[in-house]
Design a protein around this ligand. Structure first.
Ligand code: IPM
Ligand code: MG
Length: 366
């Protein structure tokens, strides 16, 4: 029996509820396809601050390093919102990204026909949209130093630094071309090259890497016009690659194409290559939703879809990934719906629907 180890970090708010559904789906797929996952549960975020004083305790980081992948729920909540506090839940996310070198953040966006009413876009605009946003995750404004308040000659100022090394740009761009080759062969590199020096180097690197991938059609686009076009012509995009902050903003915006942030899955891939794939961290794009935490009302689909990406990209379990994705698709098409999708069903109803399909799709009668 194939064995995998996954660091299991449910975190705060609805994190534990949605992670539990994803874990049970993965276990059910393991029974069906012949593998076992050892879940190494650890605290992170606000829960970890309460337990240890730190948002990312050393044991949690060690468990992540030791695993084949990390499954994370969400971090944060009003209890830990004090901006002057010594430790903040979001610090854990940034520390995980940088400590584990998770440089590539994949955020797929598709327009499921069953969610036409949930999206503000007209059906003829969104139908067929299928975009993979690849966001650089360990550089740019999030990590550049210096950062913070400064005072020179009595004048107070504040600084953030947008820094990239050529190698950092090259590794994300290389992956973008590889992903485009496995899809429809179109790559849009998004930057602000009419203003930013970092964007001009970014363009240069994209053009260099492009010579190694002649089958991919590449275009450069400015981030402001892309913010407009992604909603007016979403079907024009295949793979989008962009720096950290641009990717943060564009991926939330693109969720409007899908119809709900509650459906957006993500993978954050690192540099470590495992026997079955590449080490990565998997989490829903949505947050901890403290307003509905503990009520059994959370939508687990984004986390289950993230677990499917984990099975495919880090654990090499493609059949299991297909099974989870098919179950999520069916749930979106005709299954129970949580409030974010306009329904009134609970997490448990969605979980039951998914689990019966992952365990034995042939046994389900429509
Ligand atoms: C995301 C989030 C994080 C980010 C926050 C919580 C720090 O918005 O994962 O997109 O800005 O990267
Ligand atoms: Mg964000």
């Amino acid at each position: 029996m194939r064995q995998h180890t996954v660091a299991y970090l449910p975190g705060d708010g609805i994190g534990p509820e949605v992670c539990d559904v994803a874990r049970r789906c993965v276990d059910a797929a393991g029974v069906r396809f012949g593998f076992e996952v050892g879940w190494d549960e650890q605290t992170v975020g606000g829960a970890a601050i309460d337990a240890t004083g730190a948002a990312l305790p050393p044991e949690t980081l060690a468990a992540c390093r030791a695993g084949d992948a990390v499954l994370l729920g969400a971090v944060g909540g009003p209890r830990w919102d004090d901006p002057t506090a010594a430790a903040r839940p979001e610090d854990a996310l940034l520390a995980l990204r940088s400590e584990l070198e998770l440089f590539a953040n994949l955020r797929p966006v598709t327009a499921h026909p069953a969610l036409a009413a949930a999206s503000p876009l007209r059906p003829e605009v969104r139908d067929g949209a299928d975009i993979l946003i690849l966001r650089e995750l360990t550089g740019g404004l999030y990590f550049g130093r210096p950062q913070g308040l400064e005072e020179h000659d009595g004048v107070e100022s504040v600084v953030d630094t947008l820094r990239y090394t050529r190698a950092e740009i090259e590794r994300i761009v290389e992956l973008a071309f590889e992903l485009a080759e496995g899809r429809r062969g179109r790559l849009t590199s998004v930057d602000k090259a009419n203003v930013l020096a970092s964007s001009r180097l970014w363009r240069e690197v994209v053009n260099e890497v492009a010579t190694r991938h002649p089958s991919v059609t590449v275009e450069h686009a400015l981030v402001d016009s892309t913010a407009y076009l992604i909603l007016t012509q979403p079907t024009a995009y295949d793979v989008i690659v962009t720096e950290n902050l641009f990717g943060d903003i564009l991926s939330d915006e693109a969720a409007a194409i899908a119809g709900s942030l509650g459906l957006m899955a993500s993978a954050s891939l690192g540099t470590r290559v495992t026997e079955q794939g590449r080490f990565g961290m998997y989490e829903p794009v949505h947050g901890s939703a403290p307003g509905i935490a503990g009520q059994g009302a959370a939508n687990p689909l984004a986390t289950v879809a993230s677990a499917a990406m984990m099975l495919r990209l880090s654990l090499g379990e493609a059949d299991a990934a297909d099974a989870l994705e098919a179950a999520v698709d069916e749930a979106v098409a005709s299954g129970p719906r949580t409030a974010d999708l306009g329904g009134s069903d609970g997490t448990a109803a969605v979980a039951d629907f998914l689990l019966t399909r992952v365990a034995d799709p042939a046994g389900v009668t429509a």
